[in-house]
Design a protein. Sequence first.
Length: 156
Amino acid sequence: MPNHRRIESVALDEADRRLIETLDRNARTSIADLARLIGLSPQSTSDRVKRLEDLGVIIGFTVRLDPAVLGLGIGAYIRIRPAMGELQRVSQLLVDIPEIIECDRVTGEDCFVAKVFVPRIDDLERVIDKLLPFAQTNTSIIQSSPVRRRQPTLGR
């Protein structure tokens, strides 16, 4: 059962870091292959991965999809500033719009920064139009991504 208490920081040893880096490159790497990589038995390696999950260091295993291959060739960031008294409504709207793949609440002039992928510009306009009755938006279309999403640097 996962440990849901808040842990401020976890000390990772070299084996932990190698496990995490390998799983980040390929989450389907077998326990046997991970064990060979770090020089432990498969059972010890499995226990180590489970411990990292229980501590909340590893919060899931996933696949990465290429939006363009799926026909979602337009990516954009939408900065959102809710109107007075509309913060909760806008927050729920962001959750309910399926084209929004991630969203962060941020400090500064805007309250949210959302990332969206759509097939066409008119689809992007439709997403923005859902927000406009309740917020101001500022949209930037993604031209390229010189740094793809990556994991935070692991402490040494």
